[in-house]
Design a protein around this ligand. Sequence first.
Ligand SMILES: Nc1ncnc2c1ncn2[C@@H]1O[C@H](COP(=O)(O)OP(=O)(O)OP(=O)(O)O)[C@@H](O)[C@H]1O
Length: 278
Amino acid sequence: MTANKSEVRLSVQQLRKVYGVGSRNEVEAVRSLTFDLHAGEFACLVGPSGSGKTTLLKCIAGLLDPTSGEVVLDGRRVAGPAEGMAVVFQEYSRSLFPWLSVEENVELPLKTSGVPKAERKARVSEALEAVSLSHATKSYPWQLSGGMQQRVAIARAVASNPSVLLMDEPFAAVDAQTRGELEDLVRDVWQRLNMTILFVTHDIDESVYLAERVLVLSSSPTIIQADLHIDLPDVRSQADTRSLHRFGELRHQVYEEVQFAKINPGGERTAAHGELRS
Ligand SMILES: Nc1ncnc2c1ncn2[C@@H]1O[C@H](COP(=O)(O)OP(=O)(O)OP(=O)(O)O)[C@@H](O)[C@H]1O
């Protein structure tokens, strides 16, 4: 899908989510979240544990109804699992069917949505090539390493040609080296296929390395506490980018925001904390 960066792909407007409304166990998880994601953007969402990242992502994906506010994808209000959205979760082993081969796993959602066979084959092949798995199309998930399984899950999401790709801590369960490789792979896929990505992580370094923009969530009840532009060079590498002075500055800035978020539910700032830095 080609990206015109001025186009708003995803708009989250005053989204609020309260669990157990009216009950004794009522929890206001998300207070009021508003932000837009433009076509071709790569944004990371970070926040302390329990800050509502998963709740927000589920509301955006249409898997959970917000209490109020709305999510709009390509001009249409999201009111259930949205076709233009694909999600990659952390638990890759549970998201793949062990009795289907790699290519069958990637093809399945396209089959279900009635994409003609020739187009299906072309999209599966392009997606598997984008994640460097063209050599493993006939393998089964259980024959692959954890990192490779997650690449299959990414290929499946990419093959559906989504308007927005949502990723919920997708690399939290893999070892550090594989994680670095997958980070580079996602940036490569994002650039090659002109994707729009919203990536949730609790890892500050990962958010700075991956994104063009980092949204920091406050503690629950959640708001967007900071919206930071990541002005690192477009071409990134694990060794060089992470040793840039600017990388350290940005990491420090995000770290401070997350520390502030931990002790200030709702993201309220006193005059001493100053204005939001963005
Ligand atoms: N089904 C639920 N019922 C009631 N409260 C819930 C439910 N799911 C989440 N919460 C509460 O909503 C708040 C936000 O939770 P959520 O899991 O969205 O945060 P998170 O940032 O994804 O957490 P983590 O980083 O630990 O995965 C927490 O206070 C949590 O206890």
